[in-house]
Each structure stands twice: as C-alpha cells, then as structure tokens.
Write a protein that binds this ligand. Sequence first.
Ligand SMILES: [Zn+2]
Length: 427
Amino acid sequence: MPDLVITNARLPRSEHLVSVAIEGGKIATPPAAGAAQPANVIDARGGLLTPALVEPHIHLDAVLTVGQPRHNLSGSLFEGIAIWGERVKDLTVDDVKRRVAQVLRWQVANGVLFVRSHVDVCDPKLTALRALLEVREEFADQITLQLVAFPQQGIQSFPDGEALMRRAVEMGADVVGGIPHFELTREYGEQSVKFAVALAHEFNKLVDIHCDETDDEHSRFLEVLAAETIRLNMQGRVTASHTTAMHSYNNAYAGRLIVNVARAGLHMVTNPLDNAVLQGRFDHYPIRRGHTRVKELLAAGVNVCLGHDSVMDPWYPLGKADPLQAAFTLAHYGQMSGFEEIRTLIDMITVNGARALGLRDYGLEPGCRADLVLFDAPSESDAIRLMAPRRLVIRAGKVVARTEPATSVVTWKGREEPVDFMPKRPS
Ligand SMILES: [Zn+2]
C-alpha cells in the first residue's frame, strides 16, 4: 500500500489526468481502481506535476549582494566586475553562508531541489568555497548541491591559478570550471580548457566551463572543449555554459561546431536572464541578442538546459531564484513560443538539467525518488505564462514546501468577482 497518492495530476506532454503513488520515498505503481486507497491522498485538481526543478547554473557566493558597496548604474558586465572586486574584500564564511541559506529556501519554495553552483576560487583563502562546502553538508537533506571550482579571474592569468583549482578539487568541489575567454591571451584560454578537462579526468570529476561568454565572434574555445572531451573520452561528463559568441559566428562555422558538440556529448547551459541584459553592450543598432543557438543545438540532439545564473548581485539586480522566470525570458528571447517549444522549456528546467548534473533515480517512473513539483496551472504553457505558484514541493516523498495561490477579486458592475487568469470555456 502506498504512503501517498496524488490524484488528478497532469504529467508533462500529456493531456490525461493520472494518479501518482509514493511508497518509501519513491514513485510506486498506483493502486488499481477499486483496490484499497491509502489514507493520504492529495487531489492535484488537474495541476501539472513534474519532477523537481533543476538549477544547473547559479553563482550562490554572489547572491543578495546587489547595492554592496554600491549599485551598478550602467548595468554593464564591467561595472559589475569592478563592484564585485570591492565587495569580495569583505567576504567571510559567515557572510556567504547567511546569504546562500536564504536563497536555498527560495529555491525549495520554487520547487528547485537540485542545484549546481559555481564558486569563485580566485582567492588564496578559498573563503567562498569553504562556506559552500559547509552549506552542501548542512542542508544535504533539504537540497542537493553540486559545487564548481570556478576561476572568475582565469586559471593561467591568476597567480597560482592551477594550484588553487587543484586545491579546490582536493577540498571537495564536484566539478571543474573555467573561463577561457577571460584569460589574458588566446593561448592561455586554450591551455586553461585543456588543464580543466585533464584535472577532471585525473580526479574523476565533471567539467562545466563558462565558455565564450562574449559577443566576440573570434572567441572559439567551445571547439577546444569538444576536442578535449573526445580525446579524453569524457563524453557526457562535460558542460559548456553561456556560449553566447555562437550567436555571432558565421553560419558555416556554427554548423560545423554544433556537429562536434553533439559528437562530444556536451551538455549546454543557456542563461537568458543575465545574458539578455549583459550582451550586446558594445553594439550600436542593431543590437545583437548575444545568445547561444538553442534551437539549432536541440535539433542536433544536444542536451540544452536553462540556468538562472545570478540572483540580486552586481551583474543582475533582479530575480527570485525561480527557473520559470528564466524559461519565460527564453520563450521570448530565444523565440521558443511554438507549442512543442514551450513544452521543451519545462524539459530544460527539469529532465535536461538532471542529465547535465548526472542525477540518478530522477524522474516520474516507478522506482525513481519521489522529488516532485505540483504547479497551480494545468499545462506547461500556463505554468510559464502565469509563473504559476508551486502548490506543493515534495522531496523523497515528503512535502517540503507549500504555496497558497493568491486570489484576485475585481468589483465589476457593483459585484465582486474572482479572477484566476484562466480562459473560461462557454458553458
Ligand atoms: Zn555564470
């Protein structure tokens, strides 16, 4: 007998209402009609039920620092870097942990139970990493964290960069990062990618590189990452984040590159919130979108997922750690408004992210761990359109967050009427 059954749920890419059973913290086969039902039944009332949301790209060490010590008046990447350079001097383990603990709660309320965070390791004391390693253990029952050793100022271009990366991995980072387009020279950039993949290979870790996050069409480190992945047989273990320069490559080059990205089995992460505001800053009209080629990558069979990147930091002052905001933005910015494309946006914040993070037992099939989100909306399209509240978030079979949807009431011709923003069919 299951511990809990969720009835009248609608699963992604389906029109039918089904029951989902949970037993021992895992998805189980629902009891047959007419069989005894468990005492604990939740009526989803036609709401969309998905696996827990996955955040594949965030910088937790910088969250909630907006305005410290000053606001970014231009909104540009470079003013953001200058401000972070001032703020980082005050970084302590307690300061980082306090801010991160707040945002992790926001994420759980939004249905996010799996997070990959980049952590700046260009610091001889590795303060942010020490804080995040503690957080990863302290909140392991609430949320699963993967930490990337991220060299914000480069590996070859920062004093003792290689040694700091190695130390970060030895201390417990799960993933090796990089930022080749920010290194002092093209050669350093290439070297940094080769170093990162080799280090991950040596320690049996994953790779996630901030790759070609620039509008410079000559920034071509993704091809190096694909080649190194193939050479060291790391297919399926390597992610490229941002790759905004691909927007500006000539089509012949981009076409060949996408074939090699697919061959290398790279996972791709696009971050539409930050890149919508940071790219194209050197352009006069027309201003480029500065965004990777999401549709072309998906069409080539590449796993593409969607990240939030920043939450209220010097680069991006907005956000509440909700992947639906990123999905809503990509629907517009990446022109993914087709019927199936909107469904794909939900894949990009669930199953695609899970593949990039290498999660096991993830999904809705019997035997998977019962990590679930119930939306206050009947379809993928309504979930994104309304940024629908997550009525329930379930981790290993237990409810870990609830949201009561707000009620709007209008006074219409002297009568109070509720409004729920759902079209009413003629009765
Ligand atoms: Zn990033």
